[in-house]
Design a protein around this ligand. Structure first.
Ligand SMILES: *Cc1c(COP(=O)(O)O)cnc(C)c1O
Length: 395
């Protein structure tokens, strides 16, 4: 048995999504911009997919812009709001310290271009406080961008409250909802969201396709120049197969949201209870306000990288944090934002589940992780110092 528990990095495609893509490779292969009937058939199909996606978010079809994924949607939403704000003398942006790099690196670049960025503290439990957002908003604030749910520690932010504050203060509000859409209820109206990013491959759709939702009346700048696709906001012949896969996966996820969440929550809680038994371990992020499939732990005295390699050998695919930081030795910026010291943040493990996981697989994980942690601690000089009392345990 091999257990895939890295669904926050990417998911396997659902059979429904694969089947939904197939006709677009050799049957409905026209270019939606062509005037002939082959093209028009594709244009109609594109309209249908757009309407399906909009319905899943509580949006209107003309508010949906297809992109190459979550990163592109984040880049466009943030740069667009920043540059439009600057035209009115507004050069201040509010975000949080534990956003995805698609957001943080875009903000870094804007800082070099003269924008001022306030990164809100996320506290020890990984939750942003709406009152901190309210207090940070200024006359010259061009944008608030706060993620819906964190990709490493799984905490779900009070998005509806933050959205209401932004609406009242007339500041555009963007949310990176890549980890939330298809996993927990998201409604752009109820949540007062002006712009939202999502990505198909995080909910059993294909890689390389996503959506930027942009509320009617909220202006949006173009960054990929060319044809007039996506109402002139994103040029390039539409990835119709990918879009159909995205729409099918999203519909499937949203229509089974409650039962999937119940299944994953039961598996998640079994893992959390079991892993908490390991001495000097800690759960990262709020226990209740977290994604149904997220389990994030730190184990004192070990290195996350070695833990992952040994777990892989025992048949468990997991992550030490975001895929973007793995391969480098820097501890995760998310765990540091929670206030964890470097040496603790290094020993992190993220298990992210999907509805495809089973209880039997959780038993395998609960056998493998304690064995590997004990093995690594046996070889660790840091652990030896802790056990001898030369150093004090931090957790
Ligand atoms: C995966 C992810 C992204 C990037 O999406 P891509 O489609 O891979 O570009 C952005 N934000 C969050 C929170 C993510 O988990």
């Amino acid at each position: 048995m091999y257990v895939y528990a890295d669904n926050a990095a990417t998911t396997a495609m659902s059979k429904t999504a694969i089947r939904a893509m197939e006709p677009y490779f050799d049957t409905i292969y026209g270019n939606p911009s062509s005037l002939h009937s082959v093209g028009q058939r594709a244009a109609e199909a594109l309209m249908e997919q757009r309407a399906k996606v909009a319905a899943c978010l509580g949006a209107k079809p003309e508010e949906i812009y297809f992109t190459s994924g979550g990163s592109e949607a984040d880049n466009q939403a943030i740069r667009s709001a920043a540059l439009l704000g600057a035209k009115k003398g507004k050069r201040h942006i509010i975000s949080s310290a534990f956003e995805h790099h698609a957001v943080l690196h875009t903000l870094k670049k804007l800082e070099r271009e003269g924008f001022e960025v306030t990164l809100l503290d996320v506290g020890p439990l990984g939750l942003i406080r709406p009152e901190d957002v309210a207090a940070a908003i200024r006359e010259d604030t061009a944008l608030v961008t706060i993620m819906y749910a964190n990709n490493e520690v799984g905490t779900i932010q009070p998005i509806a409250e933050i959205g209401a504050i932004c609406r009242e203060k007339k500041v555009p509000f963007h949310t990176d909802a890549v980890q939330a859409v298809g996993h927990i209820p998201v409604d752009v109206d109820k949540d007062h969201i002006d712009m939202l990013s999502l990505s198909a491959h995080k909910f059993h759709g294909p890689k390389g396709v996503g959506v930027l939702y942009c509320r009617k009346g909220q202006p949006l700048l173009t960054f990929i120049e060319g044809g007039a696709q996506e109402r002139g906001r994103r040029a390039g012949t539409e990835n119709l197969a990918g879009i159909a896969g995205l729409a099918a996966a999203l519909e499937e996820a949203v229509s089974h949201l409650d039962e999937n969440a119940a299944h994953m929550t039961a598996l998640r809680d079994k893992l959390i209870d079991g892993l908490s038994q390991i001495p000097h371990s800690r759960l990262n992020g709020d226990r209740a306000r977290r994604l149904p499939g997220n389990v994030s732990f730190c184990f004192e005295g070990i290195e996350g990288e070695s833990l992952l390699l040994l777990l892989d050998a025992k048949g468990v695919a997991a992550s030490s944090g975001s895929a973007c930081t793995s391969g480098s030795l820097d501890p995760s910026h998310v765990l540091l934002a929670l206030g964890l010291p470097h040496e603790i943040a290094h020993g992190s493990l993220r298990l992210s589940l999907s509805e495809y996981n089973t209880e039997e697989e959780m038993d395998l994980i609960l056998k493998a992780v304690p064995e590997v942690v004990a093995y690594l601690r046996d070889m660790s000089p840091v652990w030896e110092d802790l056990e001898k009392g030369v150093k004090h345990h931090a957790i």
